[in-house]
Design a protein around this ligand. Structure first.
Ligand code: NAD
Ligand code: 3PG
Length: 528
C-alpha cells in the first residue's frame, strides 16, 4: 500500500488529491524523534515550514520517493541529502505569492495607522485619538528589495496606491523594472531615500544580516521597514534598538532568524511602533488551497511514475537521458554560475554554443542547466531545472542556442556560454574530459585549462613582469592560500587572464587592493 505522511496542517483539498493514490496519515506536531521513528513507512511526505526534514530523517526514510513542500521555501528540507538519496523535492513557487504580497501591504498600512496598538488601547478601555495619528502611503516612496514574484506584486499595488516605487534587485533587467514603473536604485540609496522599505529577497549567505545597524542608521527617522521574506536578513537586535531609539519610525516583521520566535527575543521587548506576526504571509484560505492542490498533484503524479512540474532538485528529464548527460549538465551549470559572477548580474543575452561532439546532445537541457547556474546566484535554492527558463524569460534574458558540429577543439566537444550585460560581454568555454572531469578551457576567449574549484579569482591584466608576484604576495599577506594559478594570453605583453584556485574566499577589503595593482584591469572573485 502506497502511504503518504502529512506532518503539517494542509488544506483538505490536498489531502483529497493524495487519497486518490495513497493511504494518507495526517500526523501534525511530531517530535523530531517521532518523525525519524515513523518516516520509514512512507512513500511520500507533505509538509509546510513547521517540519524539519533533516539528513537524519531522510536517512531513516527507506521508502521515501517524494517530499512535497506546500509553499515556496525549502529551507526546512535538507535538499542535498534528499537528492543524494534520490528523493524528489517539490514545492509550489507561485501558490502563495499574492498572500505574501498582501500581508506585506497589510503590515505597511497597519504600521502607518498604528492599527494593532490603537486596537489594544481601545480594547483596554481607552479612547486615544492623539497618540495614534498616522501617515498616508500616498505620494511616499516605497523601496522594494527583491523585485521577484512577490516584490513585483507589492510594487504594482503600491503604484496603484499612488506611491513612488524604487527597487534594489541586482538580478533584474532595466526593462523589467521599467515595465513595472519602478526605479532601480543601489541599496544604500534605496534605504536612504525610502519612506517604506519592504524586503522580498531570499535568505542566502549574501543576504544574511544585510539589514544591520549601519544600514538602519542611514534610513530616515520617519521611515518604516517591513520583512515578509525570510528571517536572518535583518539583524534582530539592531532592529529592536533602532525602533526603540527612534532611529526609524517603525517596523513590521513576519519572519525570524529562528522560528518560533524565542520568548526572550529582543523584538518582544519593543512595545510601540513594532508589529510582529507569526509567519503568516502565506496563511490565507486561498493560498493554502492553491499550494495544497499544487503540491498534492505533484506527489500524486510522482507516485504514479509521472514527472513533477516544480521539482527543486531534478530536471524534468527521463532518468536515462539524465544519466547520459549528467557531467554535461554539471558543466553547463558550473559555467553558468561562473559566467554570472564574471558578468556581475543583469545579463540581457546568453548564447549557448554546443561545439563539436557536444552538438550531438539535446540542447535544451544544457541551456536549462546553464540558466540554472546563472540564476542560482540570485535565486538560491528556489531555481530549478523546471523553472529556470521561465525565470530567465521574466528577467529579460534572451537566449540564443547555437550548434557548431564542425568545431574540433576537444575530442568530446565543448560548450561555450557568452553573455551580454550593461557591464560588458563575457564568455566561458568548458569541456568534459574522458575521465569525466570538468575543465574550463577559455575565459573571455583566452585559452586556459582549469578544473573548477569552490573559491576562484579571475583577473584581466596587462601581461607584464611583476603582476603575478604582487598578487601572490598580497594573497599570502591576507592568509589566502593559492591551490593553483594559471595565466592565459594570446600575445606576449598584450592582454591576459589569470585564474587562481584558492583554498579560502577573498575578503572584500582585499579585492579593492587587488584592483589597485598597476596593470590589473579587472578582478572577479568566484564561488562555485
Ligand atoms: N512570509 C511568508 O510566509 C512568505 C511566503 C512566500 C514567500 N516568502 C519569501 O518571500 C521571498 C520572495 O519570494 P518570491 O516568491 O518573490 O521569490 P522570487 O524568487 O520570485 O524573487 C526573489 C527576488 O530576490 C532577488 N534577489 C536575490 N538576491 C538579492 C539581493 N542580494 N538583493 C536584492 N534582491 C535579491 C532575486 O533576483 C529575485 O528577483 C522569499 O524569501 C520567500 O521565501 C515568504
Ligand atoms: O516559504 C513559504 O511558502 C512561506 O514562508 C510560507 O510558509 P508556511 O507554509 O509555513 O506558512
Amino acid at each position: 500500500m502506497t502511504k503518504v505522511l502529512v506532518s503539517d496542517p494542509i488544506d483538505q483539498a490536498g489531502i483529497d488529491i493524495l487519497s486518490q493514490v495513497a493511504q494518507v496519515d495526517v500526523r501534525t506536531g511530531l517530535s523530531p524523534e517521532q518523525l525519524v521513528g515513523c518516516i520509514g513507512d512512507y512513500d511520500g511526505l507533505m509538509i509546510r515550514s513547521g517540519t524539519q526534514v533533516t539528513a537524519e530523517v531522510i536517512e531513516a526514510a527507506a521508502r521515501l520517493r517524494i517530499i512535497g513542500r506546500a509553499g515556496v521555501g525549502v529551507d526546512n528540507v535538507d535538499v542535498p541529502a534528499a537528492t543524494r538519496r534520490g528523493v524528489i523535492v517539490v514545492n509550489s513557487p507561485e501558490g502563495n505569492t499574492i498572500a505574501a504580497a498582501e500581508h506585506a501591504l497589510a503590515l505597511m498600512l497597519s504600521l502607518s495607522r498604528h492599527v494593532p496598538h490603537a486596537h489594544a488601547s481601545t480594547m483596554a478601555g481607552g479612547w486615544d485619538r492623539k497618540t495614534y495619528v498616522g501617515n498616508e502611503l500616498y505620494k511616499k516612496t516605497l523601496g522594494v528589495v527583491g523585485l521577484g514574484k512577490i516584490g513585483s506584486h507589492v510594487a504594482r499595488v503600491a503604484r496603484a496606491l499612488g506611491m513612488d516605487v524604487a527597487a534594489y534587485d541586482p538580478f533584474i533587467s532595466a526593462e523589467r523594472a521599467q515595465l513595472l514603473q519602478v526605479r532601480l536604485l543601489p541599496l544604500p540609496q534605496l534605504f536612504a531615500e525610502a519612506d517604506y522599505v519592504s524586503l522580498h529577497l531570499p535568505r542566502t549567505p549574501d543576504t544574511e544580516n544585510l539589514v544591520n545597524a549601519a544600514l538602519l542608521a542611514t534610513m530616515k527617522p520617519t521611515a518604516r521597514l517591513v520583512n515578509c521574506a525570510r528571517g536572518g536578513i535583518i539583524d534582530e537586535q539592531a532592529l529592536a534598538d533602532a525602533v526603540e531609539n527612534r532611529v526609524i519610525a517603525g517596523a513590521a516583521i513576519d519572519v525570524y532568524a529562528k522560528e518560533p520566535l524565542a520568548a526572550d527575543s529582543p523584538l518582544r521587548l519593543v512595545k510601540e511602533r513594532l508589529i510582529l506576526t507569526p509567519h503568516l504571509g502565506a496563511s490565507t484560505e486561498e493560498a493554502q488551497e492553491n499550494v495544497a492542490i499544487d503540491v498534492a498533484e505533484q506527489i500524486r503524479d510522482v507516485l504514479l511514475g509521472l514527472p513533477a512540474r516544480s521539482a527543486v532538485n531534478i530536471p524534468g528529464l527521463t532518468p536515462e537521458v539524465m544519466e547520459l548527460l549528467k557531467p554535461h549538465l554539471q558543466l553547463a551549470e558550473t559555467l553558468g554560475l561562473l559566467l554570472s559572477q564574471l558578468a556581475g548580474g543583469q545579463i540581457s543575452e546568453l548564447e549557448v554554443r554546443l561545439q563539436g561532439e557536444f552538438a550531438s546532445h539535446p540542447a535544451q537541457p544544457l541551456v536549462v542547466a546553464a540558466l540554472k547556474g546563472i540564476l542560482s546566484a540570485a535565486l538560491g535554492d528556489s531555481i530549478n531545472y523546471v523553472n529556470a527558463s521561465l525565470e530567465a524569460k521574466e528577467r529579460g534574458i534572451h537566449v540564443l542556442e547555437v550548434k557548431d558540429d564542425a568545431s574540433r577543439d576537444f575530442a568530446g566537444g565543448s560548450l561555450q556560454l557568452s553573455s551580454r550585460s550593461p557591464r560588458g560581454n563575457h564568455s566561458v568555454t568548458g569541456a568534459v574530459f574522458t575521465d569525466g572531469e570538468l575543465r574550463v578551457t577559455t575565459i573571455d576567449e583566452f585559452p586556459v585549462n582549469v578544473t573548477p574549484s569552490r573559491h576562484m579569482l579571475f583577473t584581466r591584466h596587462r601581461d607584464m613582469p611583476g603582476i603575478i608576484g604582487q598578487l601572490g604576495s598580497l594573497l599570502g599577506e591576507h592568509n589566502v592560500n593559492i591551490a593553483s594559478m594559471q595565466v592565459g594570453r594570446r600575445i606576449v605583453r598584450g592582454d591576459a587572464v589569470m585564474v587562481l584556485s584558492l583554498d579560502d574566499p577573498i575578503p572584500p577589503s582585499l579585492l579593492a587592493v587587488i584592483h589597485d595593482i598597476n596593470g590589473i584591469q579587472a578582478a572577479h572573485p568566484v564561488t562555485l
